[in-house]
Design a protein around this ligand. Sequence first.
Ligand SMILES: [Cu+2]
Length: 134
Amino acid sequence: MRVPKRIFYRIAFLIAVLPLIAILAFVFISQGEKAGYEVDTKFENGYQIIEFTAKNGFFPSSIKAKAGVESKIRVKTFNTYDCTRLLNIPKVGINNVELDPNGIYEFIISPQKPGEVLKGSCSTGANVVEIKFV
Ligand SMILES: [Cu+2]
């Protein structure tokens, strides 16, 4: 069976162009990831401060932090009477820690490996906060 020329050219074109599209897509995606690598923490007295607020959820709910440094997770409450008053970040030993409705809490955590993700949640698990170390 002979392949009509028009279809042959179309297939040849796709074979030539698809890898190019794949390469461009890869470059685009990897640059996007690099752009997302900014860290949203600050340093105070030698500690990285990973800060979020607990009230009707955790804000911000996704934080990028620097790996390999001593850190403090700082949680602020503000008239917080909902389930985010009970904080869980099991990987660093924070299990159902009851926060006052108005307060600032600090938990010292050891340096984390790059790629480590600490997942926090409220008592019901409905609200989550994710800290990614890069
Ligand atoms: Cu909850």
